[in-house]
Ligand binder design. Structure first.
Ligand SMILES: [Zn+2]
Length: 390
């Protein structure tokens, strides 16, 4: 344990040393152009450099990271020309610009303009250009398809109504699965009630039309913890919610509780580790994967956002389902350790308490509880939108 803690401290110091870049605050985002080329201008009070994550060629989505830019609350709006909608939000690692493209197009050029020509601030300029017809054909198809039979591409249509904002990505993680059964109740395993709840929540969120939902598992399969974290990171998750059911030595304990990552995750994990194997033991191994995860423990901003959502979730469940007395707790759950994804773990109740178990297995009660979770997610992202549109 001691050796591993030292590794974590070393990595934290490294991170601080590299975070000294000057920041640039967002002033505004402007757009112009037509369906052949659209220009987006980000006005900033300082210089920046950007990293292209996705140029739009694959999935009509441009993603650009601006590492030192402070965007504040999520900004978004309708696009112009080829850009259907845009969003600029603060994620771990800086501001993230996402463009939803209206047709086949890709990022053409990007550059920084320093204050000049009567403009007092820096401008980061991004040009997106429509791909010429046939440009996306692979070389093999291009060779075999003669010009007259080339596919006719859909024309860009001018946006008549305001574009839909880009959807927030919610990753739902059903705890345990397969050979990892989780806690045992009298009529079954934790893994099954977790999955049922995850599918219910996915359905409810999907129906709102406001979220892109990604599940870490959709059937009774074993998924390693690290893979679940990776799923969240790859999906570009805006929120990660892990669903579990508790068990306790005493069968009189009941109610739901919400966990976020603790500042002192390792110490707490050691205390709780025997209760649920999902509590991380920080001294697990010394390999690269775990070192990276320990490094991630330093991401305070993510933890703060997790805590804010946890409080919203607790308030939303209160009155709709029984809760433990201190319902928002923190702990070193391994699955909460993605560095850049606000994450909470909901213990929906105790499978070894008869009342809780009956509730966890009752479809109507499950729908009610997941409706409270959906409500909390709506509130969470709704607040961000409200602030952004001021
Ligand atoms: Zn569990």
């Amino acid at each position: 344990m001691a050796a591993c803690a030292a590794v974590a401290v070393g990595l934290a110091a490294f991170a601080v040393g590299h975070a000294a870049t000057e920041t640039a605050a967002l002033i505004k985002v402007r757009m112009g152009g037509d369906s052949s080329e659209t220009r987006l201008v980000i006005d900033l009070d300082g210089a920046t450099s950007a990293k292209v994550v996705s140029d739009g060629a694959v999935d009509r989505r441009v993603v650009v990271m601006l590492p030192n830019v402070i965007a504040g609350q999520t900004q978004q709006g309708s696009g112009k020309g080829i850009v259907r909608a845009w969003m600029l939000d603060q994620v771990q690692g800086g501001a993230r610009l996402q463009l939803d493209l209206a047709g086949d197009a890709k990022l053409k050029r990007r550059f920084l303009l320093p204050p000049a020509d009567g403009v007092a601030n820096y401008r980061y300029v991004i040009d997106v250009a429509a791909s010429p017809p046939g440009a996306v054909l692979t070389s093999t198809t291009a060779a075999s398809v003669a010009a007259p039979t080339a596919p006719i591409r859909t024309q860009f249509l001018p946006a008549k109504k305001p574009a839909l904002p880009l959807k927030k990505v919610v990753v739902i993680d059903a705890g345990h699965g397969g050979r990892d059964v989780g806690a045992s109740g009298t009529s079954g395993y934790e893994k099954d009630v977790n999955l049922a709840a995850a599918l219910t929540l996915a359905d409810q969120l999907g129906r709102t039309g406001r979220y892109k939902v990604v599940l870490t598992r959709t059937s009774d399969v074993y998924v390693p913890l690290e893979d679940r974290v990776r799923v969240a990171q790859r999906a570009g998750a805006d929120l990660f919610i892990s669903l579990h059911s508790d068990s306790a030595p005493e069968t009189n304990l009941k109610g739901a509780s919400v966990y976020t990552l603790s500042d002192k995750a390792s110490q707490r994990a050691a205390k709780f580790v025997s209760r649920d194997d999902w509590f991380m033991k920080a001294s697990l191994t010394g390999d690269q994967g775990v070192r990276d995860i320990l490094f991630d423990l330093t991401q305070r901003a993510t933890r703060n956002r997790s805590a804010v959502f946890a409080q919203t979730l607790v308030s939303s469940i209160e009155g709709k389902a029984p809760m433990l007395r201190r319902s928002h707790r923190d702990a070193g759950f391994m699955v909460l350790l993605a560095p850049d994804v606000p994450a909470v773990l909901l213990e929906m109740g105790f499978v070894n308490n008869p009342e809780d178990e009956a509730r966890l297995r009752d479809p109507a009660a499950r729908v009610r509880l997941m409706r409270a979770v959906t409500g909390a997610i709506d509130i969470h992202f709704g607040e961000q939108m409200k602030l952004a549109s001021r």
